[in-house]
Write a protein that binds this ligand. Structure first.
Ligand SMILES: NC(=O)C1=CN([C@@H]2O[C@H](COP(=O)(O)OP(=O)(O)OC[C@H]3O[C@@H](n4cnc5c(N)ncnc54)[C@H](O)[C@@H]3O)[C@@H](O)[C@H]2O)[C@@H](O)CC1
Ligand SMILES: [K+]
Length: 489
């Protein structure tokens, strides 16, 4: 951000960028207020440019008739911004707590990307009073107190209803725990365009997913579409096998081969599955393996890792996992741990992983030379190459924290791998569809893993932009037969 801003500012009059930021910010506040004239606005102003943004935005709101008071929290605050505020009729608050108690909107301009080490003690009571007032809290660029680069939160931070961010999303706005503090995030374009470097994080959107989803070509048969092998379930956990197969059947592979002791349970629910008692090495050819959900102590991990096709390892399969064995594989490996499993692999505590999700997922990917999908409140997908951006899933929902939903995700991801998607695309596309399916199925109420699986085709159609009139079920050849191929497949 700093490099891009410096490059852009070199060709612009002094202060122009801050004015762009302030204009976008004031516009967003006006939208949230509905009526600016007569509204009571309080600015929390730190010592840097973040406070400057708040002051200039406050000046714009004051010119439109809002009553604007500034609460200075730095030893020195942005002089130009303060002058502008005063010229527009705003003022410095005599009693911060009195103005906060009556505020309609509080602008948090304490710190932005320059903030270090959480909120300082003098800011804490003011931030608490903002929250207690019932005013709409709008964070400038980032909620103060969160770490812009990692999403970590040390101690207290501003809990915003909305965040207006400038130029580009920062990791702290996308990765939990910080993401939760940001509320609804709005991006204001300040003209950085091509000056922005390769991002650290990226989030797929509907259009990206539509491009990545496998579409069978006219000449496809089930083998060309890919066969996914699922090694899951045990006498103790037959349900995990059924759920992993449920996900795999909706992921675009042409066939699902189930290998393990839960074949009867699988067939009872999904007669279209090919079942084999195992071991995996004898079960026949597949284009990708999924191993782990509900496996308990059933062996098979070494067998599957020895294969020359992509392998996804989840749940119980992750327990005995040796980094050297994974690194030595000739084909890609995808690991899908939740925070507890990731902590066990890293030899650290679960809370450490939850507090530093971005670091943890990168470290695991590096250590195993694998694509790692770290499940949780914000699912992250890291590539083994550290220069490739980590993907953050934008469709997650807390309703997904339900037993068995991870098994569905494993099957779905494996199926996309078998259909030919590159590991990072398969994992992030699966997470996207899985989250979307859960949202569609939940509609505000608890849901089961099976309902997530059953909602996957609807999520797929939604992301793919269906109904594609005249294509599905339309006259043969209307699609040109080639289908859309994912990049890199
Ligand atoms: N550079 C630019 O061209 C632009 C910057 N913009 C704004 O400028 C911000 C960055 O400005 P700065 O680099 O001045 O940094 P910030 O304003 O984010 O924070 C730095 C200031 O806060 C103090 N500080 C650091 N940690 C603190 C803490 N924990 N508690 C309290 N005070 C703390 C520092 O001593 C310094 O005074 C962005 O987040 C954005 O809001 C925008 O105006 C757009 C243009
Ligand atoms: K802020």
């Amino acid at each position: 951000m700093r490099a891009a801003e410096a490059a852009l500012m070199a060709g612009l009059p002094e202060g122009a960028l801050m004015q762009r930021a302030a204009a976008g910010l004031a516009g967003a506040c006006a939208g949230l207020l509905g009526r600016v004239y007569g509204a009571r606005v309080v600015l929390l102003v730190g010592g840097g440019a973040n406070g400057g943004d708040a002051l200039y935005a406050g000046a714009r709101l004051a010119r439109r008739g809002a009553g604007v008071s500034a609460v200075p929290l730095g030893a020195r605050i942005h002089q130009g911004g303060l002058d502008a505020l005063v010229r527009a009729g705003g003022r410095v608050a005599d009693d911060p707590f009195a103005v906060l108690a009556r505020a309609d909107l509080v602008l948090d301009g304490i710190t932005g990307i320059g903030g270090r080490g959480g909120l300082r003690p003098d800011a804490v009571p003011v931030v608490r009073a903002s929250r207690a007032s019932g005013a709409v809290v709008v964070a400038v660029d980032l909620p103060s107190g969160v770490d812009a680069d990692t999403g970590a939160v040390d101690g207290e931070a501003v809990r915003a209803d909305a965040t207006v961010t400038f130029g580009a999303y920062k990791p702290g706005l996308l990765v939990d725990p910080a993401r939760e503090y940001a509320g609804a995030v709005r991006l204001v374009d300040i003209g950085l365009g091509d000056l922005l470097p390769t991002p650290e994080l990226e989030a797929l959107q509907h259009a990206d997913v539509a491009r990545l989803l496998p579409v069978p070509a006219a000449e496809s048969d089930k083998y060309r579409r890919g066969v996914v092998g699922v090694v899951a379930g045990s006498a103790r956990y037959p349900g995990a096998a059924v759920l992993a197969v449920a996900g795999a059947l909706r992921g675009g592979a042409g066939a699902v081969r189930y290998v393990g002791p839960a074949g009867d349970a699988v067939l009872a629910r999904y007669p279209e599955t090919l079942v084999h008692p195992g071991p995996p090495g004898r079960a026949g050819r597949v284009q990708a393996w999924v191993i782990g959900p509900g496996l308990a102590d059933t062996p098979g991990v070494e067998d599957v890792l020895a294969s020359d096709v992509p392998v996804l390892v989840d749940a119980d399969g992750l327990r005995p996992l040796d980094p050297a064995a994974v690194r030595a594989r000739p084909a890609p490996t995808v690991l899908t741990p939740h925070a507890g499993e990731a902590a066990a692999l890293l030899g650290t505590a679960r809370e450490d992983v939850e507090a530093r999700r971005l670091e943890a997922v990168r470290e695991l990917a590096g250590r195993y030379g694998a694509t790692v999908l770290l499940k949780g409140s914000t699912t992250l997908v890291a590539d083994p190459d550290p220069d490739v951006p980590v993907r953050v899933n934008p469709t997650g929902t807390p309703w997904l924290a339900t037993a068995g939903s991870g098994d569905v995700l494993s099957g779905l991801t494996g199926s996309l791998l078998a259909a030919g998607l590159a590991p990072r695309d398969a994992a992030s596309t699966a997470a996207y569809l899985h989250g979307l399916a859960a949202r569609r199925a939940a509609r505000g109420a608890p849901l089961t893993a099976h309902e997530v699986a059953e909602a996957l085709p609807g999520a797929w159609r939604d992301a793919a932009g269906a109904p594609r009139a005249g294509l599905d079920g339309g006259p043969a050849g209307t699609e040109g037969g080639a289908g859309r191929r994912p990049p890199g497949s």
